[in-house]
Write a protein that binds this ligand. Structure first.
Ligand code: ZN
Ligand code: ZN
Length: 363
């Protein structure tokens, strides 16, 4: 079918809205009409690596239009949140840890569907890479797998708020609840107050952390962090480690690093107490590496790389929505809405920090 999509055609160039052809759903696949799609830093970060031309977008929310053969649980009309793809068969998937699927890279970043085929083409029949996170939701329609489409059983649920549950909110809240598994009364530090960090702060409050420390260089973000649950806000420029040690006495029980700099990477480990636990969402200097002092770990500390908040989306995404409905996860505070046509403005606003979580409206 013919769809409209924002195509990433050349590196460091704006996306172009184009008419493309999308393949019919194959076995286990669904055709979804996209209603809204959040923009996440991975949509920007992957631009350096992803094969061209391609359609990105991995926080889609929409309605199932049709199902291919062997679709078991979903049907046309279902409202679904789209999340990362996983195979369902590897060791980690069968251990109920789909966020750590052995085939994570191929399924989510190869530009091809699980069978290894391109599903998008230009009007002239030239192949376009899609299946980004098994969705490519910067488009009016997407082909997804049944495993990465999570049904929300509330017809009145707002698609623009559901969309970010698929990656950013799931990552931040999941890091705190699933990966770090913080307990009531504990102390928690979050480096970076973007969508992932602020979701972590909301989750820490929900879990009953007593001390919640936000660290950022942007004063507006710190104000928002305070409104969402931070008990202390520290400017990243002012040696936060010393202040964290002062506030907590012997160091924080838990820390989450979402800012992605070498300084915050080190600080997120050295600010924890003996035996503390740090979750790392964003790795700085991804390709080049950086100097790391092993002494930071000598105090019995644990450092864990966080993948999609170690979540089982089928349970966790509906749970996140329930918390939103109960007023415990006010994710509406993060969202700025844009018409789909304004995707380049929305990407720009995310990059320069004007917008915490831009969400595109396709309908
Ligand atoms: Zn797997
Ligand atoms: Zn993401």
């Amino acid at each position: 079918m013919q769809i409209k999509a924002a195509v990433f055609e050349q590196r460091e160039q704006p996306f172009a809205l184009r008419d493309l052809e999308l393949a019919d759903p194959g076995p286990g696949e669904l055709l979804v009409e996209i209603l809204a799609c959040g923009i996440c830093h991975t949509d920007i970060g992957m631009q350096a690596f992803h094969p061209l031309p391609s359609v990105l977008g991995h926080e889609g929310c929409g309605r199932v239009l049709s199902c291919g053969p062997n679709v078991q649980k979903l049907k046309p009309g279902d409202l679904v949140v789209l999340t990362f793809g996983s195979c369902g068969d590897c060791g980690n998937c069968t251990r109920d840890l789909p966020s750590h699927c052995d085939h994570m890279m191929t399924l989510n970043f190869s530009g091809k569907n699980p069978q290894g085929a391109l599903t998008l083409a230009t009007q002239d029949g030239e192949g376009v890479h899609g299946s980004f996170f098994c969705q490519s939701s910067f488009a009016t329609h997407a082909l997804v797998t049944e495993r990465n489409a999570i049904r929300i059983d509330d017809p009145a649920a707002p698609p623009d708020l559901l969309a970010p549950l698929g990656c950013g909110v799931q990552t931040g809240a999941g890091a705190v609840i699933n990966t770090l598994n913080v307990e009531p009364g504990s102390s928690f530090v979050c480096f970076g107050s973007g969508a992932v960090g602020l979701s972590g702060i909301m989750a820490a409050k929900l879990r009953g952390c007593e001390t919640i420390i936000a660290v950022d260089i942007n004063p507006d973000r710190l104000t928002l962090a305070e409104e969402l649950g931070a008990t202390h806000c520290l400017k990243g420029q002012d040696n936060p480690t010393e202040q964290i040690l002062e506030i907590t006495g012997s160091g924080a029980d838990y820390a989450l690093e979402t800012a992605g700099t070498v300084d915050t990477f080190h600080a997120s480990i050295s600010c924890t107490r003996m035996g503390g636990h740090t979750g790392i969402v964003t790795i700085p200097n991804w390709m080049e590496g950086f100097h790391f002092k092993g002494a930071d770990l000598a105090l019995g500390r644990t450092v864990t790389g966080v993948l999609e908040g170690s979540s089982r989306p089928e349970q966790f995404i509906p749970q996140l929505y329930d918390w939103y409905r109960e007023g415990q996860l006010p994710l509406d505070r993060l969202v700025t809405r844009y018409p789909f046509e304004d995707i380049n403005q929305a990407l720009h606003d995310l990059e320069n920090g004007t917008s915490v979580k831009p969400v595109l409206l396709m309908q």
